[in-house]
Design a protein around this ligand. Structure first.
Ligand code: HEC
Ligand code: HEC
Ligand code: HEC
Ligand code: HEC
Ligand code: HEC
Ligand code: HEC
Ligand code: HEC
Ligand code: HEC
Length: 442
């Protein structure tokens, strides 16, 4: 109620300040003309919540004369770009949360290894049509262009787009224009333009999980178009990405800060707990327990944590230590980063299969945990990465590997009889080797 009142007041204030003495004429002209020149777009708007509440073209596209991207269009000052700052006039809470979220930082990837690789190993055009389409471009102004937006950086709706007004992101990364329908944003497809593929296959994991299966089976009962969408109350058959990461549950409100419910970092070479991770985990578990018992949820996290630690301790930390010796001793033949085989092998070990395994375990996708994940981690660690490291013929590298394989019980299997190893699995001896991976964290 209060929120609606606030929106109404903000809307009135905006109307008066932009249109001055003649509120309807300018705004009415946009509609009359665009109803003809861009009918599809007009109809999307007309049938949307904005259309119904009389939020018109100028409310979003209106600009002040000094704005870097403002231009004169049939006597009105407008901008094509509509940034989170523009939406914040009426949706301040959502805009603030987006600004605080990890999503808002996604455009700052220029210094990353991924960006270096794209620019050098491939080439600049693909950084724009690839990376920046998901992460967001730095929107450049071109005063010669009719809408002032440089073709090099727009169209773009990347999640962390850096806008000329200083704001970050693009609300239409998730809310497709001009319908801006919540029903669309609540579906997994809203996220899966970006959250898919070899290095972050959340879409594929969701689809193979029981959650995805149940969602697609019961999509008609998901109540996607409802005004209020509280898990357990307005729908209950299955969670979507939004349910777990954003939407309201019985005891917590909707958040546009997607990091609020995440305890681990599953992206880097070695995973660590986030700041305040227990609070974040509690929020996620609060969502889970609308549909599951807490013992079941604790059990999931117990198994998930153990998989992350296994990946860290058995593979990621040793591989990182070997790469450090290689770097410290300058053993690489070619000078530029990524001009040597082993750099690509190491990169894929953590950035591709290593992430897939961790992501699979976090979101109940067993095929990603094992076949696309830890299976490939193990295969590539033993039969690609270690042999490539051995090729340096360096005493320190060899010493490290020999010690690892001979003395770390997790790696002491390569030269033992299979029958003996099978006996160790059956007797429980093998499980003991991995007992340090498990602990109670709640
Ligand atoms: C007399 C007709 C007319 C009026 C009035 C009009 N427009 Fe347009 N508008 C056009 C045409 C034609 C285009 C170009 C369409 C194209 O390039 O296909 C356009 C383009 C645009 C674009 C895209 C600009 C770009 O190049 O990126 C926006 C945004 C826009 N109009 C918004 C508005 C708004 C807001 C109003 C009201 C202040 C308005 N229009 C009034 C006819 C009109
Ligand atoms: C709720 C806010 C909102 C309203 C209302 C709105 N727009 Fe937009 N419009 C956007 C957003 C967001 C974009 C994407 C621009 C960007 O990249 O930031 C956009 C983009 C556009 C574009 C350029 C993109 C394209 O697909 O060609 C045109 C043209 C346009 N709007 C016209 C209109 C017209 C005409 C109206 C009124 C019928 C209107 N808009 C109403 C938010 C709005
Ligand atoms: C299909 C969309 C998409 C493309 C294309 C893409 N990324 Fe990403 N990127 C993502 C997503 C989604 C994440 C977050 C994954 C996660 O949290 O599991 C991410 C994560 C990252 C990270 C890690 C951020 C961190 O703080 O840990 C970097 C760096 C990065 N991407 C850079 C790039 C670069 C550079 C390119 C182009 C070479 C690129 N990405 C291409 C979607 C994409
Ligand atoms: C990461 C995807 C994502 C981005 C980016 C995003 N939203 Fe949302 N938004 C959602 C989802 C999902 C919902 C529906 C949540 C629900 O109903 O449970 C939603 C709902 C909303 C609602 C309806 C809220 C309500 O209480 O009914 C508004 C308003 C909104 N978003 C505005 C914005 C604005 C403004 C921005 C940009 C500053 C933005 N969103 C960016 C995903 C996103
Ligand atoms: C002038 C005020 C105003 C501006 C600017 C504005 N909105 Fe809205 N928005 C509203 C009103 C009013 C509603 C309908 C009230 C409600 O549902 O709470 C609404 C509803 C929404 C909804 C919910 C739609 C649904 O299906 O229920 C979303 C999502 C949304 N806006 C996103 C945006 C985004 C993204 C922008 C910027 C691109 C934006 N709005 C700009 C006033 C505005
Ligand atoms: C346009 C691309 C895009 C869309 C759409 C998108 N994301 Fe993201 N998401 C990213 C990128 C890129 C990152 C990594 C951010 C960075 O590198 O700073 C990310 C990161 C995340 C994170 C990690 C946050 C953290 O703090 O570690 C979560 C969770 C997430 N997204 C959930 C979602 C959900 C849920 C949706 C859909 C409702 C969604 N995203 C839609 C691109 C996207
Ligand atoms: C059943 C709830 C649930 C659903 C559904 C779900 N997730 Fe997750 N997600 C999780 C949990 C749990 C984690 C791990 C949280 C932690 O680290 O504590 C996670 C982690 C993530 C991360 C962080 C990965 C990283 O690299 O740090 C991203 C991004 C993400 N999910 C996106 C998505 C997207 C996109 C979808 C839909 C395609 C989705 N999630 C569906 C529960 C869910
Ligand atoms: C909206 C309800 C809902 C929410 C919220 C929800 N789940 Fe589920 N979950 C289900 C349903 C339904 C199933 C399928 C049950 C079955 O297999 O009989 C399921 C299955 C599971 C399974 C079993 C997977 C398998 O393959 O057997 C696990 C583990 C799980 N959920 C964990 C979680 C966790 C952890 C969370 C929170 C991060 C969560 N769920 C949130 C409804 C939900």
């Amino acid at each position: 109620m209060l929120k609606r009142l606030f929106i109404a007041v903000a809307f009135l204030y905006f109307t008066v300040s932009v249109y001055g003495q003649k509120p309807q004429t300018q705004a009415g002209k946009c509609l009359t003309c665009h109803k003809e020149v861009s009918r599809g777009l007009y109809n999307q708007w007309y049938n949307s919540a904005h259309g119904r509440h009389n939020v018109v073209c100028l409310d979003c596209h209106g600009a002040a004369k000094g704005d870097k991207d403002a231009f004169t269009h049939y006597e009105a000052q407008i901008a094509t770009l509509v940034t989170p700052k523009d939406c914040s006039r009426c949706h301040p809470k959502e805009s603030q949360e987006v600004e605080n979220s990890y999503h808002a930082t996604a455009g700052l990837i220029l210094d990353s290894n991924d960006a270096y690789m794209a620019h050098v190993a491939a080439g600049q055009p693909v950084a724009i049509t690839g990376c920046e389409s998901c992460h967001g471009a730095l929107v450049k102004i071109d005063d010669k262009s009719p809408n002032k937006l440089s073709k090099e950086s727009w169209p773009n709706s990347g999640i962390g787009r850096v806008n000329p007004d200083g704001s970050k992101g693009a609300c239409n990364a998730c809310h497709t224009r001009h319908s801006f329908a919540v029903s669309q944003a609540r579906q997994p497809e809203a996220c899966s333009k970006c959250h898919l593929g070899p290095d972050h296959p959340q879409k594929e994991i969701y689809e193979e999980s029981k959650h995805g299966n149940t969602y697609y089976t019961h999509i008609d009962q998901m109540n996607l178009k409802a005004d209020r969408w509280v898990a357990g109350q307005d729908y209950y058959e299955a969670p979507t990405c939004a349910t777990c990461h954003m939407s309201a549950a019985l005891k917590q409100p909707l958040t546009h800060d997607v990091g609020q419910r995440i305890s681990w970092t599953l992206r880097p070479a070695v995973s660590v707990y986030k700041e305040d991770w227990q609070k974040k985990r509690d929020r996620m578990q609060d969502v889970c327990t609308t549909c599951h018992g807490s013992a079941f949820v604790d059990g999931h996290y117990y198994q998930f944590d153990a998989t992350v630690r296994l990946y860290n301790k058995k593979f990621a930390e040793p591989a990182g230590a070997i790469m450090k010796i290689v770097a410290d001793k300058k053993l690489l033949k070619n000078t530029a980063s990524y001009s040597n085989d082993i750099e690509w092998t190491y990169w894929e070990l953590w950035h591709h299969e290593g992430r897939r395994g961790r992501h699979g375990a976090s979101m109940m996708g067993p095929d990603y945990t094992w076949w696309h994940g830890m299976y490939e981690v193990a295969q590539h660690f033993y039969f690609k990465f270690l042999p490539q490291a051995r090729e340096f013929n360096d005493p320190d590298v060899n010493k490290y590997i020999d010690n690892l394989l001979a003395n770390d019980p997790m790696h002491q299997w390569l030269n033992r009889p299979t029958e003996e190893l099978k006996k160790d699995i059956k007797s429980g001896k093998m499980q003991k080797i991995f007992k340090d991976m498990y602990s109670e964290t709640r």
